[in-house]
Design a protein around this ligand. Structure first.
Ligand code: AMP
Length: 288
């Protein structure tokens, strides 16, 4: 049975009960779907105690973003957590997470937090890293599970843990998709049926790029762009970025780059902003 606690004090007995076991956490904003489920199942497999956090973090939403309308579906979330074998859901109030009100001290993501998502959502990664840090302190896990779906977030969390000597192992979990390729996202529920069809352009673009990994970085970018462009020109999607980056620092890779890269994009379909990415291994044409 999955327990629900709303306070740190309520969580304590669970942490005490597994003082000598391996404790894992998966942090979410709720509105859970099969993508989250995968994180929770991986945690269940790897850990003795599984904590899922549900907290819609105000600090990572910009003034014109969807904080107020972000879906909140706690009853359904609890069912999904039970299905995954989660031991305890920790869904704290804003006052517990931000006891001093608006925080004065925050985590600075540095240059890697200022590109791509960071460029379009100023302050976003400061909010993300600050809440991840807080929730790690509040849940005290040995392992924390994050989705590849938010590739830049995963990379920044890994870097924070490295740079700040944080005693936790970060585990990445591959992106879960619908059968037709659309990456699962809590925000997909905003899409009308027609918009959902249009949204498939994102994953199609990534898969088109993936076909060109042996032809070098430019060919990958061009193939992805060729899928996005007609939809963008017809006004069906509004692309924020399409980028092929080095996963270590999220800088654009050069045309002769070979090795691990991430093809990432963000676009708006109607009023819904979606992100997606694919990890790729590039062979540069010159290297063959
Ligand atoms: P969110 O609730 O959107 O903040 O996501 C919570 C965690 O679930 C993050 O680590 C996400 O990367 C991960 N996640 C969200 N969607 C997916 C997905 N489709 N596949 C895998 N992980 C995901």
């Amino acid at each position: 049975m999955t327990a629900l606690v709303h306070t740190r004090a309520g969580l304590q007995p669970f942490l005490d009960g597994f003082a000598n076991g391996k404790r894992g956490v998966a942090m979410t904003m709720g509105a859970l779907h099969e993508g989250h489920l995968e994180l929770l199942k991986k945690a269940r497999h790897d850990c003795d105690l599984v904590v899922a956090t549900i907290f819609v973090n105000p600090l990572q939403f910009g003034p014109n973003e969807d904080f107020d309308r972000y879906p909140r579906t706690l009853d359904d979330d609890l069912k999904l957590c039970a299905e995954a074998g989660v031991d305890v859901v920790y869904a704290p109030a804003v006052e517990e997470v931000y006891p001093g009100g608006q925080p004065i001290v925050k985590v600075t993501p540095g240059p890697m937090g200022e590109v791509l998502e960071g460029a379009f959502r100023p302050g976003f990664f400061t909010g993300v890293l600050t809440i991840v840090n807080k929730l790690l302190n509040l849940t005290d896990p040995h392992m924390a599970f994050f989705g590849q779906k938010d590739a830049q977030q995963l990379a920044l969390v890994r870097r924070m843990v490295l740079d700040l000597n944080m005693p936790v192992e970060i585990v990445g979990v591959p992106t879960v998709r619908d059968e037709d390729g659309l990456a699962k996202s809590s925000r997909n529920r905003y899409l009308s049926p027609e918009e959902r069809t249009t949204a498939l352009t994102l994953s199609r673009a990534l898969f088109a790029g993936q076909e060109k990994t042996t032809d070098g970085a430019d060919a990958v970018r061009e193939a992805a762009s060729a899928v996005l462009e007609p939809a963008a020109q017809a006004g069906r999607i509004d692309v924020d970025y399409l980028a092929l980056v080095d996963p270590r620092d999220f800088s654009e890779v050069s045309p002769t780059f070979s090795g691990e890269a991430v093809l990432a994009l963000a676009a708006r379909v109607g009023t819904t902003r979606l992100i997606d990415n694919l990890p790729l291994i590039l062979t540069s044409p010159g290297a063959r």
